[in-house]
Design a protein around this ligand. Structure first.
Ligand SMILES: Cc1cc(Nc2nc(/C=C/c3ccccc3)nc3cc(N4CCN(C)CC4)ccc23)n[nH]1
Length: 279
């Protein structure tokens, strides 16, 4: 299906959903089938003068081969003189970070359901030797029934075996110690970022957030973690197991379904418990 030669006139343009660094995203409908999806329109000149065409190719290669309920699908892409277009899955409830801002923080049932879904998506990606590397609320979309969709694979890398990455990427707050210290890193960076994400779901801000970045670096390198008393002990336990300094000591994502905090809360999740085969 990637090779079907789409063109812009195949689509009926709907409302503009947002404007990112490299392009605008619209809700569109494929005229022939009535299928609703999202179209990311990127100006070729911008891609070229930002020298991000390599990153763009990587985003396509990775996202086109990813098939998981919690990863936003890339159905195809095409280009014309002016633009490059990505045909993406439509997530109907919008940006997770906006929901988090409006609710300030999530309750244990919601936070555990989101955490479980992100862990399932990451576990799937890591089995395919894909490291996301840019996990944060801004890169997560929501669909019906509180279903999570990981998006923006622009920073992810295909890291087979132990060829560890050392390039800098991601926002400061989510960087793990080995990246802050520019050491080699692997898929365990996503496990650390999941710990940051879980903390932010429950507290409403990332754990090492500071006014100036050098203080943030220091707090990350020391894992200077302070978990407020309103966070339930089981949740605090999982946060501590994800935010271990040594990458190899961090929690194994495939075990997430067995953690007491997940087990206790999954009885209240909105849909029937998703089978673990997707983890
Ligand atoms: C790729 C994609 C997007 C998407 N869905 C949506 N994206 C964006 C905002 C998108 C965006 C894109 C680039 C930069 C910034 C934001 N906002 C959305 C807002 C939505 N709503 C409908 C539900 N309302 C409660 C909140 C506003 C629904 C879907 C949205 N599905 N697939």
């Amino acid at each position: 299906q990637l090779h079907k030669n789409w063109k812009i006139s195949d689509f009926e343009l709907g409302r503009k959903l947002g404007k990112g660094k490299f392009g605008k995203v619209y809700c569109v409908r494929e005229i022939a089938t009535g299928f609703v999806c999202a179209l990311k329109v990127m100006d070729k000149c911008e891609l070229l003068n930002y020298k991000v065409e390599k990153q763009f190719v990587r985003e396509i290669e990775i996202q086109a081969n990813v098939r998981h309920v919690n990863c936003l699908r890339l159905y195809g892409w095409f280009h014309d003189q002016k633009n490059v277009y990505l045909i993406l899955e439509y997530a109907a409830e919008g940006e997770l970070y906006k929901v988090l801002k409006s609710k300030r923080r999530f309750d244990d049932v919601t936070a555990s359901y989101y955490t479980f879904q992100v862990a399932s998506a990451l576990s799937y990606l890591h089995k395919k030797h894909i490291v996301h590397r840019d996990l944060k609320p801004e890169n997560i979309l929501l669909h019906f029934n509180n279903q999570i969709k990981l998006s923006d694979f622009g920073w992810s890398v295909y890291a087979p075996g132990h060829s560890k990455r050392t390039t800098m990427c991601g926002t400061l707050d989510y960087l793990p110690p080995e990246m802050v210290e520019a050491k080699t890193h692997d898929e365990k960076v996503d496990v650390w970022a999941l710990g940051i994400l879980l903390y932010e779901f429950l507290v409403g801000r990332p754990p090492f957030e500071e006014q100036n970045s050098s203080t943030t670096y220091k707090r990350i390198a020391k894992v200077d973690l302070r978990i407020p008393s309103f966070v339930s002990p089981d949740a605090a336990d999982l946060i501590r197991k994800l935010l271990k300094y040594e990458p190899e000591k961090r929690f194994k994502l495939s075990e997430i379904g067995k953690h007491p905090w997940i087990l206790k809360n999954r009885l209240h999740w909105p849909t029937t418990f998703m089978s673990l085969e997707n983890t």
